[in-house]
Write a protein that binds this ligand. Sequence first.
Ligand SMILES: CC(C)(COP(=O)(O)OP(=O)(O)OC[C@H]1O[C@@H](n2cnc3c(N)ncnc32)[C@H](O)[C@@H]1OP(=O)(O)O)[C@@H](O)C(=O)NCCC(=O)NCCS
Length: 276
Amino acid sequence: MIDSTLSELERYYDTVPRVGGARAEDFGPLTLFVQEGKGWPYYARPALGGSGDATATATAEDVKRVLSRQRELGIPEAFEWVAETSPSLRAAVEAAGLYVHAHPLMVLDPSADALPPHPEVRLLGADDPLLTAAVTVPALAFAAPGTAVGEAGPAELAAATAEPSAEEGRSRVSGKLAAGTGAMAAAVRDGVVLCSGMFNPVGDIAEVVGVGTLPSARRQGLALGVTAALVVEARARGARTVFLSAGDEDVARIYARIGFRRVATALIAEPPAGAA
Ligand SMILES: CC(C)(COP(=O)(O)OP(=O)(O)OC[C@H]1O[C@@H](n2cnc3c(N)ncnc32)[C@H](O)[C@@H]1OP(=O)(O)O)[C@@H](O)C(=O)NCCC(=O)NCCS
């Protein structure tokens, strides 16, 4: 059961960049995705459909070849993969000099009951006037990692929403919402977005991404409400598998309340802090 779920996730991870406007460059046991449009800058990951463990032969030299191509293109030196599916890749990536972060990879229990809707949470459409704020909230949230209450709140959100980059984010997400390749939910109080999140469906699989709560609005159940609304919508649109990567164990505990169960470990590699 878990093996077939992990195979499904491999196909998902290989498909998302392709439908998101990236081209795939073949590096033998590794595939480098290169964004061709304005969208998300993608990463390199294990090639799909190799014989057996496709990364069994991925060496530090293979990783270095991809890294030098990423540098040449001026794109992030990033790799993402599932530890249990590609067990030998971590050592090769570390030997090539990257730092590896581990995140609980969680899949929604298909038999989990939906939580009651949160009164302050709703889905946002492509033309929603609050969309700029909703795409900006996760940037402020991820700048204050962890689950503790913090300082940044509506005033900081208003300032960040006025930046030109906020409009770029709105336009990108608006396109996804209009095309049905993404859905967004937000918790709104007195006209202010306090928490938001998205899911990206591919076929009958959906990944919940970018759930973030303004630091000053944390620990009120808003992320729980937003994630629960995303799950209901993903299921209504036909998702059979709903999954996410939790930031850490504290965040994983929140998602466990909705019925997400840890099935594996998502690994993300990037240059160590302070590297040029
Ligand atoms: C992780 C994050 C999204 C959680 O947002 P949140 O809105 O504070 O989440 P919730 O309020 O639903 O749950 C957080 C905690 O508050 C508790 N809580 C919920 N309602 C509460 C209430 N009314 N009173 C007190 N505590 C409450 C929850 O039980 C949970 O407790 P726990 O940490 O002991 O498990 C937020 O901290 C954040 O943006 N972090 C940085 C970005 C990030 O890591 N995102 C997740 C990526 S996967």
